[in-house]
Ligand binder design. Structure first.
Ligand code: 13P
Length: 258
């Protein structure tokens, strides 16, 4: 189902106690009605604490990564079963930092998506071009490659477990959010590709989030674009006040004042 999502990617930030403190404060401030689904992605070590804190709340828990094998000799890695076991609903896969800093390939990301789906984890599948690729007019080519290889062989039924996040690499952590036109153009292209790979119904039900330098101050003109269904927020999700402000704005933009 196409839903509106406000997701926090904390990256390598927050100890378990800090994660719990954030969630407790956040729950107190979440005193308004919203049709927007909230997802929080702490680092691995904070998942268990966060999971306990999120019990009986509608906020979803996500991991930021996982391995594509079931189990075995993969030092430093975490499996889908482990994430399910600790209470994760989602896993972020293909984030640009995984691709560019840790050398993850489209093929690895594809295997991870399949494994997550097999274990009933929903996936936030990240795609996006670098500045160099954009400047060389390769944005669509890159998005098409990442989407076609990432989703290869994934059934249309399984796709209901997938959310796509468009995160232009040049906008991540730079303070330079995409313009509403740039975001809409990319999101529209992504939706069209999902249509081409599957069908119109599947494409119209796909949630496509924008990520890259989102703040409460700059997101509303992007959020109101027809193909933008929410945000994957990095830096501005680390403070309760700024993250709840983004959620409030999205709730207003997507469904009017609550
Ligand atoms: P920033 O919001 O810090 O630019 O990070 C975006 C991001 O990478 C979310 O996954």
């Amino acid at each position: 189902m196409r839903k509106k999502i406000c997701a926090a990617n904390w990256k390598m930030n927050k100890t378990s106690l800090e994660a719990i403190a954030f969630i407790e404060d956040f729950k107190k401030l979440l005193n308004f009605k919203t049709a927007v689904e909230v997802v929080i992605a702490p680092p691995f070590t904070s998942l268990e604490g966060a999971s306990k804190s999120l019990k009986n709340s509608s906020i979803k828990l996500s991991s930021q990564n996982m391995h594509f094998e079931e189990k075995g000799a993969f030092t430093g890695e975490v499996s889908a079963t482990m994430l399910k076991n600790v209470g994760c609903d989602y896993v972020i896969l293909g984030h640009s930092e995984r691709r560019h800093v840790f050398g993850e390939t489209d093929d690895m990301i594809h295997k991870k998506i399949g494994q997550a789906i097999k274990h009933a984890l929903s996936v936030i599948f990240c795609v996006g071009e670098t500045l160099d690729e954009r400047e060389h007019h390769k944005t669509f080519e890159v998005l098409e490659r990442q989407l076609s290889l990432g989703l290869k062989g994934i059934s249309k039924e399984a796709l209901s477990q997938v959310v796509i996040a468009y995160e232009p690499v040049w906008a991540i952590g730079t303070g330079k959010i995409a313009t509403p036109e740039q975001a809409e153009e990319a999101h529209k292209f992504i939706r069209k590709k999902v249509w081409d790979f599957y069908n119109m119904e599947v494409a119209s039900q796909m949630s496509i989030l924008y990520g890259g330098s989102v703040t409460a101050q700059n997101f509303s003109s992007v959020a109101t674009q027809p193909n933008v269904d929410g945000a994957l927020v990095g830096g501005a999700s680390l403070e309760v006040k700024s993250f709840i402000e983004i959620l409030k704005q999205m709730s207003y933009n997507f469904s009017g004042p609550s």
